[in-house]
Design a protein around this ligand. Structure first.
Ligand code: BDR
Ligand code: CA
Length: 304
């Protein structure tokens, strides 16, 4: 099994990613950390604790940054609803899994406690991960891989050229992309091809209680539509960990724009080498949609 930490801001597609990761025996989730993103860190933490209550799972949860490094927080409540996870009547949040320390300290502890390296999966803005790299640079060696959902080879879904997770905290993204850790970018280009249609929605509805819950969330999710397909951005990051063969990958130097008045948060994926820099990232350039749908149904089928 692979030791992982998931840094998240649930988030309807985060909830799907969390379900798939929690019930896959190839992954050993040591810690969840939360970050200001889709909505405030208080709300996303409560959402995560509700999910853990729903499944009665005891994975520790550490609360992280309540705002980006330098900027004011933005949010995506137009996509996920005002709570960040609208659409289902969850049980009371499971507060007993909350840790005492800040996310960055708990991440450090998990990284250092074992001889084995740990993979970090970032499916929200990169604030916590940037802080970890700055506060505990010695922990870098203990990171097996950092897989992030964020960025874009082309256009944006928040700004013209910026994807939400990077746009929310471009300075944090810059720290992460310049850190020389083994980095994989699962960007919105693949997220937009990881489409769930009414066919899969109908199938999960009756599959088990998780499928039923996700079906309710899907009815309130505005990341695409049931007619054209729902974009499973964050689920993609988990599917990459488990079935990387579904993706086409390219090594590239990725620069993060932090200065542009119109383009801050853009990820410049330098496939042609214009910038003359060493590659710093493995970039997912495309995904097999049919295979992703098959994986999604199998993954939700395990969530019992
Ligand atoms: C990313 O932004 C959030 O709204 C989603 O949860 C995902 O992590 C997609 O751009
Ligand atoms: Ca997210």
């Amino acid at each position: 099994t692979r030791r992982i930490i998931i840094d998240t801001d649930p988030g309807i597609d985060d909830a799907v990613a969390i379900a798939a990761a929690l019930f896959d025996e190839r992954l050993n989730i040591k810690l969840f950390t939360t970050v200001s993103g889709n909505v405030s860190v208080d709300k996303v933490t409560k959402n995560l604790l509700k999910l853990l209550a729903f499944w009665n799972k005891d994975v520790p949860v550490a609360i992280g940054s309540d705002r980006p490094l330098l900027r004011e927080a933005i949010n995506a409540s137009d996509i996920h609803g005002s709570t960040g996870m609208d659409g289902y009547d969850f049980p009371e949040a499971k507060y007993d899994v909350l840790t005492k320390n800040h996310a960055v300290i708990e991440m450090y502890k998990v990284l250092m406690e074992s001889k084995e390296k740990t993979t970090i999966v970032g499916i929200g803005p990169l604030t916590n991960i940037a802080l970890l790299l700055r506060v505990y640079p010695e922990a870098v060696e203990k990171i097996e891989e950092l897989v992030i959902m964020g960025g874009s080879l082309g256009r944006g879904n928040y700004g013209v050229l910026s994807e939400f997770n990077i746009a929310a905290d471009p300075e944090a993204a810059k720290i992460v992309f310049e850190s020389h850790i083994p980095l994989t970018m699962v960007g919105m280009d693949v997220g937009e091809k990881a489409l769930i249609s009414t066919k899969e929605q109908k199938q999960i509805q009756k599959m088990n209680k998780t499928g039923n819950m996700i079906d309710h969330l899907f009815r309130n999710y505005r990341g695409g539509s049931l007619e054209t397909g729902l974009k499973m951005y964050d689920g993609c990051a988990i599917s990459y960990l488990l079935e990387p063969e579904m993706f086409e990958l390219k090594e590239a130097y990725v620069a993060i724009e932090t200065q542009g008045t119109l383009t801050a948060g853009a990820t410049l994926v330098d496939l042609e080498g214009y910038l003359g820099k060493e590659t710093n990232c493995r970039v997912c350039v495309t995904i097999n949609t049919q295979e992703f749908r098959r994986w999604f149904l199998e993954a939700i089928g395990k969530c019992d």
